[in-house]
Design a protein around this ligand. Structure first.
Ligand SMILES: Cc1cc2nc3c(=O)[nH]c(=O)nc-3n(C[C@H](O)[C@H](O)[C@H](O)COP(=O)(O)OP(=O)(O)OC[C@H]3O[C@@H](n4cnc5c(N)ncnc54)[C@H](O)[C@@H]3O)c2cc1C
Length: 383
């Protein structure tokens, strides 16, 4: 009989993991308190970026490249488009473009194209963008945007079609027996017993694994979708780094949902269940200022929609994928740190192959790394 596995969390990580495990022959029960890709989770919202450039980090570039293949493969197999190929423009204002520069050799080794382009050429190529204050820029050719919440729901549907079981409830406790977890307790008091457990709980993980509390900060990020003229619809995805470690990014219009624009801010902490998710005039005004400088025709763009998203940050911006402390049969997938969505398919495959044939999980993702000294940084700062 197939081994029983419980996966907690039907976001990008848990959903893909449950799908791969079920396809591999395990008997999987997926549990989520609010449902696949729900709006309160890190995987809520409309779209996410997939890009290969990772400052020369081999783990992430390999996971992203594999995910790119899998997003395409499963878009075909599910008969639904989850991935939209677009170039990505990396712009640097007044700072060293080390992150892009370091990415170039690995990209080329892997067969992908990331090239520095003179600003004068880009001005001609993208007359909608103001490059006056941009010092260096790179164009990534193999990137795309992904549907976020919608893809989670697709993967979830496919998981169910393959025979996977789903329970919509909150898991309140890991029931332990010696050095293992024997079951999870649900909010309704029921127990779900399994041989193995995968916790992909995003911002809620510390409720079940208090040991991670010190190492996970949950923060909020406001995302806006602006109404823009037709000439802006075919722009590349763009990422802009500025002095003071500020970072902004955008995705061109998706079927009139608007031009996505966000400020990558991580200091405003959020309780994912209880805090307000309102948007703030202060951030909106800041965003409009940045937008009208970079895209001069967008002097006072109208907001079509907005979303307050939740980031689950590890101290060093790296994932935490490891055994749950003192539980040999439970794996936690955490610390997605604002860049994990794209890698859902490859991480689901990794966990499945890890459980089936002991495929190693990169040491860089171990929880134990925090026992030693570690660098406090985001994913965009080089080691
Ligand atoms: C604004 C924003 C922009 C981003 N942009 C990008 C991007 O461009 N590219 C990229 O790759 N990544 C991006 N990310 C990051 C990415 O979205 C997240 O890393 C990813 O979605 C996290 O997925 P997850 O499955 O780990 O967590 P989540 O999506 O948060 O899923 C966790 C799930 O677990 C469930 N759950 C938790 N605890 C319990 C419990 N006790 N019982 C039952 N269910 C439980 C929750 O209901 C939830 O559905 C962005 C994030 C944000 C917020």
């Amino acid at each position: 009989m197939a081994k029983k596995i419980v996966v907690i969390g039907a976001g990008a990580w848990g959903g893909w993991t449950a799908f791969h495990l079920q396809m591999a022959g395990y008997e999987v029960t997926l549990i989520d308190q609010y449902g696949a890709g729900n709006a309160l989770s890190g995987s809520g919202d409309l779209t996410r970026i997939i890009r290969m450039a990772y400052g020369g980090d081999k783990n992430y570039s390999a996971l992203t490249a594999r995910s790119f293949e899998l997003w395409r493969k499963y878009s075909k197999e599910f008969n639904t488009q989850m991935i939209y190929v677009r170039k990505a423009l990396w712009m640097f204002r007044g700072i060293n473009p080390a992150y892009a520069e370091e990415s170039v050799p690995l990209m080329s080794e892997m067969g992908f194209k990331l090239e520095e382009l003179p600003v004068d050429i880009l001005k001609d190529q993208y007359p909608q963008i103001n490059f006056e204050d941009i010092s260096r820029a790179y164009l990534e050719h193999d990137s795309a945007y992904l549907l976020a919440s919608e893809s989670c729901q697709q993967v979830f549907r496919q998981f169910q079609l393959c025979g996977g079981a789903f329970v919509q409830e909150k898991v309140t406790e890991l029931v332990r027996k010696g050095s293992e977890v024997s079951a999870v307790r649900l909010a309704n008091g029921e127990l779900v017993i399994a041989d193995c457990f995968v916790l992909a709980c995003g911002p809620w993980l510390k409720q079940l694994v208090p040991e991670v509390s010190e190492f996970i900060k949950v923060s909020r990020q406001e995302v806006y979708y602006f109404n823009v003229p037709e000439t802006y619809h075919n722009l590349p995805i763009w990422v802009e780094f500025r002095e003071g470690e500020e970072m902004f990014y955008g995705i061109p219009d998706h079927f009139r949902h608007g031009f996505k624009f966000a400020y990558d801010e991580r200091t405003w902490l959020l309780d994912p269940d209880n805090d307000h998710r309102y948007i703030t005039e202060e951030i909106l005004e800041k965003m409009k200022g940045i937008l009208s400088n970079r895209f001069p025709l967008l002097a006072d763009p109208k907001v079509l929609r907005h979303h307050t998203c939740v980031y689950e940050n590890s101290p060093d911006g790296d994932f935490i994928i490891d055994r749950v402390p003192e539980a040999g049969n439970a794996i936690m997938m955490a610390g997605s740190s604002g860049h994990g969505f794209k890698m859902g398919p490859a991480l689901g495959e990794l966990i499945t192959e890890h459980l089936m044939n002991s495929r190693p999980i990169p040491k860089a993702f171990s929880f134990d790394r925090f026992k030693n000294s570690f660098q406090v940084k985001t994913q965009y700062q080089l080691k």
